[in-house]
Design a protein around this ligand. Sequence first.
Ligand code: FE2
Ligand code: FE2
Length: 377
Amino acid sequence: MTTEMSSTEDIIGRKEIDDLGAILSVVGTEESDGRHVVHSDYDSIFTWDYEKGARPKLNKLYEKAKNAQWNGETDLPWETDVDQEKLVIEAAAAQGGHAVGFDISGTPLEKWTDKEWVAFGVESQNWTLSQFLHGEQGALICTAKIVESVPWIDAKYYASTQVMDEARHVEVFAKYLDEKLSGHYAVNAHLRMLLDDIIADSRWDMTYLGMQIMIEGLALAAFGFMHSMTPDPLLKKLLRYVMADEARHVAFGVLSLQEYYADLSTAELRERQEFAFEAAVRMRDRFLQQEVWDRMGVDPKAILPVVLSAPDRTEFQALLFSKIVPNCRKLGLLDAADGWLRTKFTELGVIEFESAVDTSEEYDAMAAVPPTQRELV
Ligand SMILES: [Fe+2]
Ligand SMILES: [Fe+2]
């Protein structure tokens, strides 16, 4: 195991976190045969210790997951009519206009009429849901890998329920995109880079850290944000069900890694900190939605500095990390190695959430109502 300390450039491929030119130079591609292959070399572990409940918190999570299964085909109101343009117009009216919070004078957006703004809103939603969909497939693959590679029976049991959850999430996001929205986007290059790194790593705890703590932690916050904003009752209910599952998934990551990280050396923890930082930067980069600006015919380099300078934007970016930061604190990752990750999260402007409640404490409160009375708020 390496004990070399890496620089920011070693970890994320650029010296400055906010180097927009470098971020935008990473462009996505999609394979012509419709498949993306990631090689992974890792140990599949059998355990002969079948004692159920040796890890009581994981066992409790497993029992809860068995009772919280839902059916993507029959539990959601798919008959709901979704008028995407009307929803974009309603959402804009609710916040007082299309370009609230940033100054578009002197930019290509200055000449936009309502028609372009509505088209942008529609594309932005197509893009966001497409990225959720690709992330869900990443979760499906990562969690199937955890079933094989984690050495504890309680964790294998729980992870197998998560595999089913993720299949359902892929299924419902794909259906919503196909039946209710108006276009797909390929996986964002930054998200894909992160998924590839997580899947290629041979160490089972890195799968958990990258997926359960970082990607799913961010997804939980992003789904929560969209759940509170969307006027579409179908999407609201879909997100509410998915969030209940995701809260368990993040708790699974925290409860498993807490035990494992307690025995790691400072050098080993520093490697985990670096991986968490890399994941945080990749996810921040992906939220620039550069592909949407391209599709709207606007050079992302010309408009993103304006978008990013809006005060709301900083707040939104920070909010996305509201689950990740307290969970990293719970795992001891903020303060290990002289607080290296605390410094990095401070640079990213997200450290304010460190005292928020961690997901291993709050997942129960996020549960959906029991399956017998599946009426969700
Ligand atoms: Fe999921
Ligand atoms: Fe998940």
